[in-house]
Design a protein around this ligand. Sequence first.
Ligand code: SF4
Length: 300
Amino acid sequence: MGFCMGVRRAVQIMEGEATPDTPVFSVGEIVHNPHVVSRLGTSGVHQLPGPDELEGDIGKATAERVSKGRVAITAHGVGERVVRELESSGLEVIDTTCPIVTRAQRYGQKFVREGWHLLILGDPGHKEVRGILGWTYDAHGKSHATIVQSPELADLKRLIEEFPGGFPNKVGLMAQTTHKVEDFAKFVGNLMLLQRDHNFEFHVVNTLCHATTGQQEAAARLAKDVDVMVVVGGKKSANTRHLREVAEEQGCRAYHIEAPDELQKDWFNGVERIGLTAGASTPDSSIDEVETRLRELLAA
Ligand code: SF4
């Protein structure tokens, strides 16, 4: 549980590069965790608005805010246009995109170049998904990808029926890296069922992150064994929310908290065993603080 390889790596790179004279400015939120963001500020790593918060050329807008130091692309990655604009701003750019996210971006780019339409199972509001989408534009500025939010048969049927210009017959399938493997399998299986009477080619790429699927499997095993699960992580963190869902799917009551002061003693009345897990953007220190507070509450 806790920091995954990608987030750990991004934080280490930024902290390693930052000095008091040459701070590092992340373009957008480094991780979905306000405690980590505030701690990094003391190491010379500061946060700037990300591509979704700025209008126009992000390179120019960022250069206007940064007089010295370097800018960093965060673990969730950004689209191709954002990379180009940052690079042409004259600022030095450090890319800490998680290698698993980079792989998904490269596949997105490859699909479009080879004439496939890409369907991405994911949350359209998530930074990583918007970043992948940013690699699916052709030379005329047209994206050849669609973000699909639901893997359910009825929703996919509607998607196929209402697809502008007719549903393509060469389709690449991938998922947001933190998606549940069951949902991705359902997505692929349901599309096969719906298109069984048509000529089509599907190219499925497993873009799921093994760190996340491992975490989900461990959370599911733990949830079977306890009465209540406490899941620690930022409220905006998709993988932390999934961990809570995974625990609930096992019939376990689960609470998603960001900080120890959110714990309530009455959640644990009559409870014998409590499970504790944390999302991929949760630092070890936050997990330790929650555990300590939990033990204090139970001892009181
Ligand atoms: S959850 Fe996986 S894909 Fe996302 S940053 Fe962490 S290691 Fe990379």
